[in-house]
Design a protein around this ligand. Structure first.
Ligand SMILES: Cc1cc2nc3c(=O)[nH]c(=O)nc-3n(C[C@H](O)[C@H](O)[C@H](O)COP(=O)(O)OP(=O)(O)OC[C@H]3O[C@@H](n4cnc5c(N)ncnc54)[C@H](O)[C@@H]3O)c2cc1C
Length: 362
């Protein structure tokens, strides 16, 4: 029976970053992905914050164009957010660059190999007939993580998204966001990638049957405005976790398990952005797993604290704003403009502190 220090499940941004970090720290790493070519097909709008370029060379290696601002369209008005800096990346090239870094660091990679689970004897079942023993497992297997499910840590809420890539009539250097009460628990987007753009929309699974008509309607508006051209170059979609942090540390039987990226619910519950968090949490999980196998007894506990410190405040605010918005729908109402403003990052209302509770005088 083969034994490895670390089994990484998933070779998206979280898993590839985890595998690279652990291998660099000296761990014997096997990383698997059920896809033949991890990262393909692309299921992403391909925007990353500028800060991620300082963290990984995969950003400049896959950059398509710079983004300098955000424009939010709500109730016939446009909110301009200057200095909203980021990069549009070719997500397939980005993921491939991270996978190459993991291989260069010394991780062994197996593609077209799905993780099925960990048996009662602690052995992991992979692909058609592979069984192996891993001292630690990292679940970086996305929003519907198999590792997370077996550890009893599933994402609590998801948004379903659909996206078409369309011709863009004029060059554009902003991410455009479309808010409306009809787009329940989500929003529409137009993100430029040179001469084309990713046009998409996400909303709660209960309203999934409205995904296509709402996207078609947004597309018809933009076509009529002369902003996009006819025709679909690519069609994609997928799920985004919006319920906040799960785990990130657990056990399956006696095997310690760390979750990273979307598997750990680290995408932002309001914006759905998760690439930055996937890279950072994957890297930290890989380093923690390597430290654990090297005998540092507090490595996994410290990792859980570090993840909560790093992502907790922004996740907590986004979760609170999401809960406020969704409570309107739960009461059978359509949120008005004020409620929609409060649930989007372009508006000061989103960032406003919750009112302090008054102390009763003694
Ligand atoms: C339509 C859409 C648009 C988005 N746009 C943006 C955006 O513009 N900016 C942004 O920051 N975020 C965006 N996101 C979110 C972003 O794509 C994710 O947060 C990010 O991919 C998370 O990375 P990850 O490595 O955790 O998971 P993933 O990228 O999902 O990678 C998981 C990997 O695990 C593999 N896998 C799954 N199950 C198994 C198994 N059982 N065995 C083996 N392998 C398995 C999969 O094949 C996959 O390669 C978008 C998401 C969607 C759906």
């Amino acid at each position: 029976m083969e034994e490895v220090d670390l089994l990484v499940v998933g070779l998206g941004p979280a898993g590839a970053s985890a595998a690279a970090a652990a291998a660099r720290a000296g761990a014997r790493v096997l990383a698997v992905d059920r896809r033949l070519h991890p990262g393909l097909p692309v299921q992403c709008a391909e925007f990353v914050p500028a800060a991620l370029a300082a963290e990984t060379a995969a950003v400049p290696a896959s950059a398509l164009q710079e983004i300098g601002a955000m424009q939010t369209f709500l109730a016939g008005e446009v909110e301009h957010t200057p200095d909203f800096r980021g990069v549009m990346i070719d997500r397939a090239a980005f993921d491939a660059a991270l996978v190459a870094q993991a291989a260069q660091a010394g991780a062994r990679l197996l593609t077209a190999t799905a993780f099925h689970g960990i048996d009662a004897d602690g052995c992991a079942r992979l692909g058609r007939d592979i069984r192996l023993r891993a001292r630690v497992v990292i679940g970086a297997d996305g929003p519907r993580s198999t590792v997370g499910r077996q550890a009893g840590l599933m994402n609590r809420a998801l948004v379903e998204a659909r996206q078409v890539t369309v011709p863009l009539i004029r060059p554009h250097a902003a991410t455009d966001i479309f808010l409306s009460a009809e787009i329940e628990g989500g929003y529409g987007w137009l993100f430029p990638r040179g001469a084309e753009a990713n046009l998409g929309l996400g909303l709660v699974p209960a309203a999934k049957d409205r995904l296509k008509p709402l996207l078609d309607s947004l597309r018809a508006d933009l076509l009529a405005q002369g902003r996009i051209g006819p025709g679909t170059r690519r069609l994609t979609g997928g799920a985004i976790p919006v319920g906040g942090l799960v785990g990130p540390v657990a056990r399956i039987g006696t095997v310690p398990v760390l979750l990273a990226g979307d598997a750990a619910g680290l995408a932002n519950p309001i914006t759905g952005a998760g690439i930055n968090a996937a890279v950072l949490s994957g890297r930290l999980a890989g380093a923690a797993a390597a430290a654990h196998v090297a005998g540092r007894s507090r490595a996994l506990g410290d990792h859980a604290e570090e993840i909560a410190d790093l992502f907790g405040p922004s996740l907590d605010l986004a979760l609170r704003r999401r809960a406020e918005l969704m409570s309107e729908y739960a009461r059978g109402q359509r949120p008005g403009t004020a409620a929609l403003r409060q649930s989007w990052i372009a508006y000061g209302d989103y960032w406003a502190r919750a009112p302090q509770t008054m102390e009763e005088p003694a």
